[in-house]
Structure formats: C-alpha cells, structure tokens
Ligand binder design. Structure first.
Ligand SMILES: *Cc1c(COP(=O)(O)O)cnc(C)c1O
Length: 404
C-alpha cells in the first residue's frame, strides 16, 4: 500500500469539491477590535476588518481581562503544572467553577480544556453510566456532541431540527423504562435560530428524560447576567446540564458544564477527558474570571451586539442580499455553493480588506454553503456600510441575484 497516495487522494477530493480549507494568517490588534493584520500577501501585513470572529463581545481585548491575565502571570507563572488531581487544581479554577455555577443557578460547575472536550467527555461518560440509555439528538447538533454520543456506545435517535412533535414521536416509541437523554443547543451558530427549550423540558418531564443543552453560542450574550438563553427564558433550573465555552463570548479559552452537585461529581470522577489532561493555565482561568464577572454586571456589550446585528441584517435585506432570517446575533448570508462561497470570501479579503470565512460541508449541509457574519459591539455604522456596499459590488460582479 502506498500510504502517501491514499492521503493525497483524500486531499484531492476536497479540492475537487471546492472545500479544501485554507486558514488565513492574522494578528488581531488589541484595542482596535475588529481590526487585524493579515499575512497573506508578500509585501508585509495588510490591515483587515474581521467579520467572523467568535470573540463576540470583544472580551479577548477587554482591559479588565488583559489586566487579570497579566497579574496572574506575574503572580503564579504560565502553566498549572498538572492535572486537576495531581497538582493542577489552582485557586483560580476553584473560584471560576463557583462563579459559573452561580451564573447558571446550579449547585456546581466543572471546567474542561475546551467546549469540545466538555461536550464529548460529559455525554460519553453520562450515558455510559446509564445502561440501556437512549440519546435523543437534534440533527444539527455540533460535532463535539455527536462525538460524545458515539463514544458513549448508546442507542441514538436523531430528531428533526428543533422539531418538538418529532422528538415526542421518538420518545413515545422508546422503551418507557430505558434511561433517556435529550441533547440540543440553545442558539444554533450556523442558522442563528433558537431551540424551544421549555417545550423540550416539558417532554423530558413527561418521559422522565435528562436534558443536555449546549449554550456555547449564548453564554455571555443572552440573559440579564449572560447566563444564556436558559436564563433569558427562565428555564435554567429545568435543564439537567448546561454546557458552555469560555472561548467565544467570554473571549479566552476552555469549556464547562453546570449542573447538580451529584452530576458534576460523577463527571469529575469518571470522565477520562476531564481526568487525564493538564488543567487550563491559571493565566487563562484568571482572564475568564474577570470576563464572566464583567459580563454578569454589564449589559452594554450585549445591547450593542444586538443592535449591530439588527442593523447589519436590516441593511443586507434592504440591499436585496440573501440574508437568512436569524433571530439572534448571527447573520448568515446564503450562497449555496462551496466554490462560489470561497470566491466571494477571497475577493472581499484581497480587494476590500474584509475578512469573512466561507462555511462549507460538513459544518453545514451541502448546498447551504454560506458566509457567516458575527457583528459585535465594535462594528460601527461606517464599517457596516462599507461591508454591505462591498457585498453588493461582488454580487454584481459575479452576476448573483439580488432580491428586488
Ligand atoms: C465552538 C463550539 C463548541 C466547542 O467549543 P470550544 O470551546 O471552541 O471547543 C461546542 N459546541 C458548539 C455548538 C460550538 O459552536
């Protein structure tokens, strides 16, 4: 067997479909969000405006976050020096878990090195502890949840996206005595729509199921204290496990779950993805603590983000651009073809200094390739105007249709 040939062919398939991934090389400019330097060209870095960051509220550059990280670095050094069990359980970790439990009104919380790991480790471990468990999973769930469900080895039932009636149909067909877990997200980050969480909880009560809600694209951004959609909708106490990231709106890195003391203790005690890995750097954790505390007390960032998103959606719609009717801060612009989506993104970057990454399969279904914009509190009127004007010119040049 010629191994290299097999790998080269696998890469060729991606090129042929137009979805070979190219990472652009950038440095963000602290204090000037959303501006950055791009190292794509040959004559030095070029200034660009970033329109696809998941640093939704610019907290990665917030002075309180940066100061907390500097202070921690100079106080305790760079790394934690161990797993949570062996030397790596710093005072920062303990404080952050208490802060996150409080944010969601839960008894306890548990940190992981990323949101991906928190989903994978929690779902796999929880379901393994429940022999015969059936997991009901929304068809658009994130890859990290799918990986956890697969690794649990349990039976999986996939329900149509946000479809309460379909979920109930599947629950009703399952063995009434089998343990059950319903897994879903609150805000879906590619379409920008929101799950009917209360209705899912009603079904969980009726069929005696646990619920797992990925709030990665909502924590920090929804609810009076940034507790996510479950806080906004007053259903946090009805969801068994709330999962979030510390790398998106909170601007740093890491993931977590918040739940009852019992559930957190069992995941802490049994999940390999929690146990056998070096804990997050205390410098990162100190930054997250400052970020979570700031966003608990301040609505300014959330309000400005919602205003920026509403403005961009309105301006795109007015220009006839095919913006999806998202009900959240996410602004998806439908293209429907991977080659064209990349072409538009390339032109925007090279000619307009506008950076938006094309989103292709398998992140979204084939035929729904798109550009996904994430306007935030620092995207002002002039930048938004410039973006929409550029998009209209590119749509024109590529002879794409604008609505009347
Ligand atoms: C980004 C993402 C994750 C993973 O979070 P990280 O902290 O980036 O690993 C989990 N779920 C969803 C829905 C995501 O979009």
């Amino acid at each position: 067997m010629n191994y290299d040939q097999v790998f080269a062919k696998a890469i060729d398939r991606l090129h042929a479909e137009g979805r070979y991934r190219v990472f652009i090389d950038i440095l963000r400019n602290k204090g000037q969000f959303p501006s950055a330097r791009c190292f794509a060209g040959h004559n030095g870095p070029k200034p660009i405006t970033v329109w696809c960051s998941n640093d939704y509220l610019a907290m990665a550059q917030h002075p309180a976050v940066v100061a907390a990280m500097e202070e921690a670095l100079h106080d305790v050094g760079a790394g934690s020096g161990g797993t949570r069990n062996i030397g790596g359980n710093t005072h920062y970790h303990v404080a952050l878990e208490a802060e996150l439990a409080d944010l969601h009104g839960k008894e306890a919380a548990l940190l992981f090195t990323s949101g991906y790991v928190s989903n994978e480790a929690t779902l796999a471990t929880l379901a393994k502890l429940l022999p015969g468990c059936v997991i009901f999973s929304d068809e658009l769930n994130h890859a990290s949840m799918i990986a956890g469900i697969r690794n649990s080895g349990c039976e999986k039932q996939v329900f149509r996206h946000n479809d309460v009636a379909h979920l109930e149909e599947l629950l009703a067909q399952a063995d009434p005595d089998a343990p059950k877990l319903i897994a879903f997200e609150s805000v879906y980050s590619m379409d920008g729509d929101v799950a009917p969480i209360a209705a899912f909880c009603d079904l969980a009560d009726k069929y005696n199921a646990l619920t797992f809600c990925d709030e990665v694209h909502a924590v920090g951004m929804y609810g009076a204290r940034g507790g996510g959609v479950t806080e906004r909708d007053g259903v946090a106490d009805r969801v068994t496990i709330i999962e979030g990231t510390l790398g998106k709106a909170f601007g740093v890195m890491g993931g977590y779950i918040a739940a009852s003391r019992n559930v957190v203790d069992v995941i802490r005690s049994y999940a390999p993805g929690f146990i056998f890995t070096t804990s997050l750097s205390p410098v990162l954790v100190a930054g997250v603590l400052a970020s979570v505390r700031h966003l608990k007390a301040s609505n300014a960032e959330r309000d400005a983000q919602q205003a920026a998103a509403a403005k961009l959606k309105r301006m795109m719609a007015d220009a006839g651009l095919p913006v999806l009717p998202s009900t959240t801060h996410i602004v998806p612009l439908m293209v429907g073809d991977p080659v064209r989506a990349k072409r538009i993104s390339d032109i925007l970057l090279a000619e307009y200094g506008i950076y938006v990454q094309p989103i292709n399969f398998p992140t979204v279904p084939r035929g729904t390739e798109r550009l996904r914009f994430t306007p935030g509190p620092m995207h002002d009127e002039a930048m938004t105007r410039e973006l929409v004007d550029a998009l209209v010119e590119v749509w024109d040049r590529l002879e794409l249709r604008l609505a009347a």
